[in-house]
Design a protein around this ligand. Structure first.
Ligand SMILES: Nc1ncnc2c1ncn2[C@@H]1O[C@H](COP(=O)(O)OP(=O)(O)OP(=O)(O)O)[C@@H](O)[C@H]1O
Ligand SMILES: [Mg+2]
Length: 449
């Protein structure tokens, strides 16, 4: 059983040749057709219709030709990469005007007689140029000169230009401004929307003697999304998808058949473009999620900060320093030439927010006063290590500068008999400092004991 038999159709519904029999009169296509008809009936000079490749310009022309072929003299130039002379000869040949001279003036005179004769008979003479974007500037100028052939009352010649949208841009150039001014009717063809695409497909299937060929709705939508409503691409995809379904022994055309067709129809770059789009979509989604997460964590952090603020006034934070400090052996970041900065702490506080911190603490008398009645010690060396435990082997986790006073929470001796003080520092953290590097308020200790 062959393909057509399998689907019970008499013809391939999605051939890509512009066939007026299969003309689907979408609103857009009809409007263009009406513009052409109007311009010819009104004897307008130039008409221009543009549209992206495959949108149906040539198909419309075919329909227009069918309508006018018996009512007008028509020359159709489909391959317009012609010099002015070649173009003129091609037009005369199409009109069946015999040319016996090579002299251009003679040729124009013959052509003018032809126009006048038909004008008297009330017949329109129309030149149609398809793919006008390929016409060289000089040939366009020749065309403009031909359009000057007119009587006092009317234009003798109607010219229809069909081409791609970039031709409009070209017309704006200085050299083509005269032609541009003569174009009185302009129309542009857009692609089909999703419901027109479905109608278009149904229409063509019906014309082909639609048997039980069934494109699922999802499949039709996918065709629109791949083709962006361009009829030539719709045809290509539909035809390949039907072939895939035929091989699959399925009379239902499903989205998997469309995906297969798309892989078959489009080249690597097109598919990659689709992939890139997908990646970009996911990247955008990821960014949105990331932004939300960042925002949420920021707001949680700022809430936490606000909650912690009252406590901060008590912090005997190591960043507090009003006197220059020489570089400690263990200090990685400080410089000897600068006053002791915020980096006196190992804490994970960035340099940028540290100055604020320093100022706040220095200005705050509460640090000392709150602990005034507790036993205290004062740092006696330029910079001393504060450790997590009461022995030299425990790693230093912070530093304190000379002159800083801390409340003492506890006293312990290590195995070597050295005394260690537990002190309270930043954010309520408790660390240990060796007695050998501090001055102790003995009285307080005694009272405390
Ligand atoms: N209105 C329509 N009805 C039926 N088929 C259409 C219609 N428009 C386009 N097609 C189909 O789409 C395909 C491409 O159409 P056509 O050749 O007319 O496009 P075009 O705009 O002239 O393209 P190009 O710029 O490449 O010349 C053809 O197979 C044609 O049959
Ligand atoms: Mg075409």
């Amino acid at each position: 059983m062959d393909y057509l038999e399998f689907f019970n159709i008499k013809d391939d519904p999605f051939r890509i040749t512009p066939d007026s029999e299969y003309f689907y009169p979408s609103q857009e296509h009809n409007e263009i057709l009406s513009s052409l008809t109007y311009a010819v009936k009104q004897k307008e000079g130039f008409v221009l219709a543009t549209g992206e490749p495959g949108t149906g310009k040539t198909t419309i022309l075919k329909v227009f030709l069918n309508e006018w072929k018996d009512k007008a003299e028509i020359a159709l130039v489909m391959t317009p990469r012609l010099s002015p002379e070649e173009f003129l000869l091609a037009v005369l040949e199409d009109f069946n005007i015999p040319v016996s001279s090579n002299n251009k003036n003679d040729i124009i005179k013959v052509f003018r007689d032809f126009l006048l004769r038909h004008s008297k008979e009330g017949r329109r003479v129309i030149i149609i140029v398809d793919e006008v974007q390929n016409l060289p500037d000089e040939t366009l100028e020749e065309l403009r000169l031909l359009s000057n052939l007119e009587t006092d009352k009317e234009k003798l010649l109607q010219i229809i230009l069909i081409g791609q949208p970039e031709f409009r841009k070209r017309l704006e150039s200085h050299s083509l401004r005269q032609l541009n001014q003569r174009i009185t009717v302009r129309a542009s063809l857009r692609s089909l929307n999703v419901s027109e695409t479905q109608d278009y497909m149904n229409f063509r299937l019906m014309k082909a003697g639609h048997g039980p060929v069934f494109f699922e709705l999802k499949a039709k939508k996918l065709i629109h999304s791949y083709s962006k409503g361009t009829p030539r691409l719709i045809n290509l995809l539909s035809s390949r998808a039907m072939m895939a379904a035929y091989v699959d022994n399925s009379r239902n055309i499903k989205d998997k058949h469309i995906v297969y067709a798309a892989n078959n129809v489009f080249d690597e770059s097109f598919r990659n473009r689709d992939k890139v789009k997908t990646y970009l979509k996911y990247a955008a989604m990821f960014l949105v999620v990331l932004l939300v997460v960042v925002q949420v964590s920021f707001s949680m952090r700022s809430k936490k900060d606000t909650a912690e603020k009252p406590e901060q006034t008590n912090k005997p934070v190591l960043t507090e320093t009003v006197q220059p400090a020489s570089k400690p052996n263990s200090t990685k970041k400080s410089s000897t030439s600068k006053p002791a900065p915020q980096i006196v702490s190992h804490n994970v506080r960035s340099q940028t927010d540290a100055p604020k911190q320093v100022k706040k603490i220095v200005d705050s008398p509460a640090i000392e006063s709150v602990q005034a009645s507790s036993p205290t010690l004062t740092i006696a060396k330029e910079v001393v290590n504060l450790r997590s435990g009461p022995q030299m082997e425990t790693p230093p986790v912070s530093w304190a500068l000379k002159g800083k006073t801390f409340p003492i929470l506890d006293i312990k001796s290590d195995t070597d008999g050295h005394e260690w003080f537990k002190i309270k520092i930043d954010a309520g953290k408790e660390l240990w400092v060796s007695r050998s590097v501090v001055k102790v308020n003995q009285q307080a200790i005694e009272e405390g004991r």
